[in-house]
Write a protein of this length. Structure first.
Length: 239
């Protein structure tokens, strides 16, 4: 290790602060290796360290809702997602609920209502789907979550953002996966990309943080680059 001092919670709260909570925003948060891998052994957790986890916790603290794709729920779990008591107190002191909501985007609704995502949730989850999704599965999930219908034959992500905003959830933190990132990118809904650059070389066939998006150069501006040991915390916003 370099001996670089660890980043502190208050430092990160300032670095990732949101300029206007009333303005709808979708912030992406990913970790990737220096050779571009988004996973090790099919999971992202092996790429991060304490600095990355603290940054993720801070971004969750700042968010109204954490948004993930169904594949990410199956791969990473997301059961019982919550912020620490000190972060809950920070939110409460600023008029926010103790915990951010958690939402999953799913077209097929192939999610078990008994999954820890629902069973261990500390706030009532949200399921974002479309009108043509299987009716029986939608009814089953409505027992354990708020089901938000956006679009007819496919999920309309712009409509999803509008409906989340109507619920008071304007500040969206999306934690993947790469296909959801790609869909948001194609819909021109990505306002920020926060990337933890892990000091690892992975090789193999691991994918990138974006999958499925059409190729087109999209300019972003660097907001900050912070060292956390050998890991680099990058924040980019629309140019």
């Amino acid at each position: 290790m370099t001996g670089e001092p660890a980043v502190e919670r208050e430092q990160l709260l300032a670095a990732y602060a949101l300029p206007n909570r009333g303005s709808a925003r979708i912030r992406m948060n990913f970790v990737a290796s220096i050779d571009g891998a988004v996973t090790v052994d099919d999971r992202s957790g092996g790429l991060g360290d304490a600095g990355d986890r603290l940054a993720m916790q801070v971004m969750r603290t700042l968010a109204d809702v954490v948004l993930v794709g169904a594949g990410t729920v199956r791969a990473e779990g997301y059961g019982g997602l919550s912020v620490e008591p000190a972060d809950a107190a920070w939110r409460r002191s600023r008029g926010l609920g103790d915990q951010p909501r958690i939402a999953v985007v799913s077209s097929r609704l192939d999610l078990d209502p008994r999954h820890p995502f629902f069973d261990r949730a500390v706030t009532r989850p949200i399921v974002v789907t479309h009108a043509a999704a299987p009716e029986g599965r939608r009814a089953a999930l409505a027992e354990v979550a708020d089901v938000v219908v956006c679009g007819d034959g496919a999920v309309d992500l712009a409509e999803a953002q509008r409906q989340l905003g109507a619920l008071g959830l304007a500040q969206v933190l999306c934690e993947g996966g790469p296909h959801l990132f790609g869909a948001l990118l194609d819909a021109d809904l990505v306002d920020e990309v926060c990337l933890s650059l892990s000091p690892m070389l992975v090789g193999g066939a691991a994918g990138r943080i974006v999958q499925g998006a059409h190729e087109r150069a999209r300019s972003m501006r660097l907001v900050h680059a912070m060292r956390a040991g050998d890991l680099l915390l990058l924040r980019y916003a629309r140019g």
